[in-house]
Design a protein around this ligand. Structure first.
Ligand code: ADP
Ligand code: MG
Length: 326
């Protein structure tokens, strides 16, 4: 971008006082200089949000700033890591002061709550997109991976599912609490850290429970059974679903199963650790809910309360192998 790039950086992105001692040089030089903590492992991840693809064009700028960071923090949460630093590459059609102010306020509000320091980035002109990279730490060999589930492990999720997907189907003015699940997802960082040493495998749910649980299973060639009536749904979810006149039947199951944008954690726990996991996560506002179990037979099988099979509509590669409740 032209001369104004430096004004934008100074005005909107160099505002966060450097409070972390491990940031020796932050925004402003050719590169940031960081002190790696002794005895910790470094975790790095990155995600891009593109306007019209990853968020509706009408999304408030503060929500875009929040979400660009939140989706990355959610990945660190799924690893059981502690976030530390972030970089931000922003592409803008034109520098709009109000938009930048709101975007920065959304970004820094979330960063501040989790002790994350913005340490650098880039600004370019083009169609609106925001790429964030975050860096975090975990004690040696304690990061939580997608690999590691075992047949017989119980499957849990944090929080509630389907709220964000339902918000996308409602008029913008309706159901503010659902809309905030879509626009301001809360990364489950504390839950992830509490799962260290207890969960056998963890993933965060960004593309929908079935798709992301599928990723957790595929590396170990495992399968799962899910109790679809047990999927945690918020009070607002039930109420809003009833107000949708033309709601296609089955949304009660389909949105929590494949809606996406939940940013909850999905994880497996060996039987002997389930009580401790429930105790620890039960103390967090998000809590956790047991929704099924890991099985040796590949594929995800869904069951209703009465034990009959439920065939999800949007499964594609998933298959339902009927028969006895396993
Ligand atoms: P260079 O041309 O050397 O890459 P830039 O002008 O792109 O330098 O950036 C100057 C400084 O501002 C660097 O420290 C860079 O990391 C930081 N910076 C640029 N854009 C952003 C941004 N969106 N958020 C935070 N820091 C940024
Ligand atoms: Mg640059």
């Amino acid at each position: 971008m032209s001369v104004t790039e430096f004004d934008i950086i100074r005005r909107y992105f160099a505002r966060q006082p450097v409070s972390r001692k491990d940031v020796l040089v932050g925004v402003g030089d050719d590169a940031a200089v960081l002190q790696l903590p002794a005895g910790q492992e470094l975790l790095v991840c990155m995600d891009t949000l593109v306007a019209g693809v990853h968020f509706p064009l009408a999304t408030p700028a503060a929500a875009i700033g929040h979400k660009a960071l939140a989706v990355n923090l959610s990945d660190l949460a799924a690893m059981g890591a502690e976030p530390a630093w972030a970089t931000l590459a922003l592409t803008l059609p034109e520098p709009d002061p109000d938009w930048l102010e709101a975007f920065a306020s959304g970004f820094f509000a979330l960063a501040g709550r989790h002790g994350v320091q913005l340490i650098g980035g880039d600004i370019t002109r083009g169609p609106l997109s925001a790429t964030v990279q975050v860096h975090g730490f975990a004690p040696p060999r304690q990061s939580l991976l997608r690999l590691g589930a075992q047949p017989g492990d119980r499957i849990y999720v944090t929080g509630t599912l389907g709220d964000a997907a339902l918000a996308l189907r409602l008029p913008e003015s309706a159901a503010a609490e659902l809309r905030s699940r879509l626009d301001y997802p809360e990364p489950r960082l504390e839950a992830g850290r509490l799962l260290r040493g207890l969960a056998s495998a963890v993933i965060d749910i960004s593309d929908g429970l079935l798709a992301d649980l599928g990723h957790l299973l595929e590396g170990d060639d495992l399968g799962a059974s899910l109790q679809v009536d047990e999927l945690p749904r918020s009070a607002g979810f039930g109420a809003a679903l009833q107000r949708l006149d033309s709601a296609p039947a089955g949304l009660y199951y389909e949105l929590p199963l494949s809606g996406g944008d939940d940013y909850e954690l999905c994880f497996s726990v060996p039987e002997h650790s389930c009580a401790e996991v429930e105790r620890r996560l039960g103390e967090l506002p998000c809590g956790c809910t047991a929704i099924g179990s890991i099985e040796a037979q590949p594929g995800i099988r869904c069951y209703l309360q009465d034990g009959t099979g439920y065939q999800p509509r949007e499964t594609g590669y998933l298959h339902f192998a009927g028969g006895a409740h396993g």
